[in-house]
Design a protein around this ligand. Structure first.
Ligand SMILES: Nc1ncnc2c1ncn2[C@@H]1O[C@H](COP(=O)(O)OP(=O)(O)OP(=O)(O)O)[C@@H](O)[C@H]1O
Length: 389
């Protein structure tokens, strides 16, 4: 309650607050401006006036020597808030105001949160996660993909976040599984980053190649925090690279995800990515394991326009017509197109680069066209769009 009140009141600091306290938490990027001691802060709620005051009492805890003996007392302080209100508002405070503060503090924390990227920590026993701040700039605005698919995905994420009570009522673990599939360079990793930045969820990058057995996998999965996205990139290939019998298998992974792990999960998103959806074990694709499949495909003209806007701030150009025609005929990944757009700040030069790239692909068939077969609705959505365009 103390931390919640501290966060809540920090948001209520006004220009007239004479003294504030400023901290820079080690792993956060922003400064924390909070209430200082003996500064009365007045808030109002449901017509009642609430007066807050931060105070402290001295406290002494035993100090120990390195050999474990008590060597005296160490001074510290216990800080607390004193809340003053008229006694007729007691019910209001206990029943509504304090719960309101808890909820408000939670959402402030989420907005301010610095998203973290976790990977297996190789400095220790490999059984824990190490974190760095997540700086991937991708957002849903910058990811070039079918607009309908994007809208549907955002709506699905929103619905998932809002349905905690529903999941609890129907006895389901509050988790959702996504499969992102498509050729390399079509934006699967960028989409994961966009999801993380949108939800402010930490990303846990579970590189299955580095997981040396079921118990290791279980420790890592259990150690991953809530409000997070657990990503298993190229997970089918990673599992296939495992030869030993005592190493993890797809069945072992799925069993654990469905079973014990599910019972301790809150607000977790699982993302599997693959370049070879057609080779996946159908057991993975059952609802409850993979709830949504997203086809990240070759660059359509709509996707190209997103990229052209991101990189050049260009919405119209005389070369757009030719690029549109070429994109109907050839297969270029958004990464390839983005690579050309990055080459020059000069719009004409950059767009000519794109035309040259696409022309060079005319008459060639990619390995994906030859060997990559897709079978879901989202694939036909993208293909229809390519035809429409
Ligand atoms: N759909 C996209 N929208 C915006 N940028 C993209 C998109 N696809 C690729 N890019 C650009 O290409 C780079 C590589 O793409 P990304 O790593 O997201 O592809 P991927 O599908 O995850 O590839 P892989 O399967 O090889 O991991 C990105 O950093 C981004 O700059």
């Amino acid at each position: 309650m103390f931390h919640a009140a501290n966060i809540y009141l920090a948001h209520k600091l006004s220009q007239s607050t004479a003294r504030v306290k400023v901290l820079k938490p080690e792993k956060e990027e922003d400064l924390d401006v909070t209430v200082d001691q003996h500064q009365e802060l007045v808030d109002s709620f449901g017509g009642a006036t609430m007066k807050w005051n931060l105070s402290s009492n001295p406290n002494f805890t035993p100090a120990y020597s390195t050999s474990g003996f008590t060597v005296g007392l160490q001074p510290s302080e216990i800080r607390f808030f004193e809340l003053t209100f008229h006694k007729k508002h007691r019910e209001l405070v206990l029943g509504s105001y304090l719960p309101h503060i808890l909820a408000a503090a939670k959402s402030i924390r989420e907005v301010k949160k610095t998203v973290k990227l976790y990977a297996i920590d190789y400095r220790g026993d490999h059984e824990h996660w190490g974190a760095v701040n997540f700086h991937h700039p991708a957002t849903f605005e910058t990811v070039a993909m079918d607009p309908e698919l994007k809208k549907a995905l955002i709506a699905d994420l929103d619905a998932f976040i809002e349905r905690k009570d529903f999941y609890r009522k129907v006895g389901k673990a509050w988790k959702r599984g996504y499969l992102l599939y498509g050729p390399p360079g079509t934006g699967k990793s960028s989409l994961v980053a966009a999801m993380a930045n949108y939800l402010k969820f930490d990303v846990y990058d579970l590189n299955l190649k580095e997981v040396y057995g079921d118990s290791h996998l279980h420790k890592l999965l259990i150690g991953a925090g809530n409000r997070s996205i657990l990503v298993m990139e190229d997970f089918d290939r990673a599992l296939a690279s495992k030869k030993n019998e005592d190493e993890i298998s797809m069945a072992g992974l799925l069993n654990f995800l469905d079973g014990l792990w599910s019972s301790c999960v809150e607000e977790k998103i699982l993302v599997f990515t693959t370049n070879h959806k057609e080779e996946l074990d159908p057991a993975l694709l059952l609802p409850g394991r993979v709830d949504v499949q997203v086809n990240m495909s070759y660059c359509t003209f709509t996707a190209f326009k997103t990229l052209a806007y991101n990189y050049l701030k260009e919405t119209e150009h005389e070369l757009f017509g030719e690029i549109k025609e070429l994109l109907r005929k050839v297969e270029a990944t958004p990464a390839e197109v983005a690579g050309e757009l990055l080459k020059s700040k000069n719009v004409d030069v950059a767009l000519h680069g794109v035309v040259k790239l696409l022309r060079s692909k005319e008459g060639t068939r990619s390995i994906w066209e030859l060997g990559f077969r897709m079978n879901t609705q989202s694939q036909s959505t993208v293909e229809n769009q390519r035809k429409r365009e």
